[in-house]
Design a protein around this ligand. Structure first.
Ligand code: NAD
Length: 352
């Protein structure tokens, strides 16, 4: 596969592998950002990217964030991610996933694949037919299953902590939340926030998903794509694609807190300063959405207990509190402060 020359984000990545197979139609990229703390673990995303450059940019950003996620969650793991350029609704077939699995196997454990958007646990089973460096196979086949519930739980703890810190409230009851994206993470989060009796506004690009949610939770209010960024609320929770908070949307956002499960929510780290200037508390994605990584990592040898998982998920709240206190004390936005903390942790691992 030929990619146009594209700078590798400050040459920061250890290894970038382009995968292709003309027989199966595979076109993908595996990016290993860092193995300083351990093997690079991260999901595979299948998306019909419009250009190869978009796929490359996505995988580079996502894999970098995985290094920071693992570091701040206190895991002995590095950061990696992979993307397959294909439409999950139309192009997915076993042969394509098998050929992708062979590429992962060739890295001999430097990269361990898990699930991300467009890839489910059954797909991981196919990938796993060709490589043992997989976490997240279906439970019925002895795998760890879908980590999304743990991701959502971590986001839920994160929202509670952000509300306590910013709004000085212990309860979420009656607060307004906008949930963007009701997929694996968003639907689990919806269930948790509904139990808190929040006023919930939702948007998803799929009307079938919205209809299902409305049947299950009749009190939720469905809003349009535009209203996501203009409706006044306490918490905006992005749980779909990345870069939803950008130069345009930051101008219209009317919330006190941004805290959601999506990866790479900011189109650029500098948007963090713009959120701070608007007095919006941003909880960095790679801290608040680390629950899934915590969950899948618990199945790596030596296997950890449920108690270990729960303690780690609760640790997300402690990290958020520390981050908010530090950024307030230093007058640095939370996105930049989180990056500094994570990079420092990785750097120190080289020294120790
Ligand atoms: P998913 O594919 O199950 O769900 C994504 C949902 O977002 C779908 O319902 C889709 O229709 C909707 N969507 C897509 N574009 C949209 C848009 N522009 N506006 C509104 N809705 C849109 O994916 P997921 O597993 O729920 O992951 C969601 C986000 O969370 C992704 O950014 C993913 O990288 C991140 N994440 C997921 C996990 C996990 O455990 N699944 C862990 C960490 C981070």
């Amino acid at each position: 596969m030929v990619f146009k020359a594209l700078s590798l984000r400050d040459q920061a990545h250890e290894q970038v592998v382009f995968c292709s197979n003309s027989e199966t139609g595979l076109k993908g990229v595996i990016a290993i950002h860092s193995t300083a703390l351990g093997p690079a673990l991260g999901g595979c995303r299948m998306r019909p990217y419009q250009t190869e450059e978009q796929a490359l940019e996505d995988v580079l950003r996502l894999s970098e964030a995985m290094s920071y996620k693992a570091a701040l969650a206190g895991l002995q793991l590095g950061g990696g991610k992979s993307v397959i350029i294909a439409d999950p609704e139309k192009d997915k077939k076993p042969e394509l996933l098998w050929s992708f699995g062979l590429h992962i196997e060739s890295l001999k454990g430097r990269y361990i694949v898990a699930k991300d958007m467009g890839i489910n646990t059954e797909d991981l089973q196919y990938i796993g037919d060709q490589t043992s460096y997989v976490v997240g196979r279906p439970v019925k086949r002895g795998g760890v299953g879908d980590p999304s519930r743990s991701t959502a739980k971590g986001v839920y703890y994160g929202i509670k902590t952000a509300v306590q810190w910013k709004l000085k409230r212990d309860s979420l009851k009656g607060l307004r939340v906008i949930l963007q994206g009701l997929g694996a993470v968003g639907s689990n989060l919806l269930e948790l926030l509904n139990q808190e009796e929040m006023e919930i506004f939702v948007h998803d690009i799929k009307s079938s998903v919205l209809e299902k949610a409305k049947t299950q939770f009749p009190k939720i209010k469905i809003i349009s794509k535009e209203e996501v960024f203009t409706t006044e609320c306490d918490v905006f929770s992005p749980c779909s694609v990345g870069a939803v908070i950008n130069e345009e949307s930051v101008k219209t956002l009317k919330c006190s807190i941004v805290a959601g499960g999506a990866n790479n929510q900011l189109s650029h780290p500098s948007i963090g300063k713009k959120l701070l200037d608007k007095r919006i508390l941003y909880i960095p994605d790679f801290i608040i959405n680390s629950g899934g990584l915590i969950y899948v990592s618990s199945y790596l040898s030596p296997k950890k207990s449920n108690e270990w998982i729960e303690n780690k998920l609760k640790g997300i709240s402690q990290t958020i509190r520390k981050l908010c206190d530090l950024s307030q004390a230093e007058n640095v936005d939370t996105a930049e402060m989180a990056l500094m903390l994570a990079k420092d942790k990785i750097k120190r691992s080289y020294i120790s």
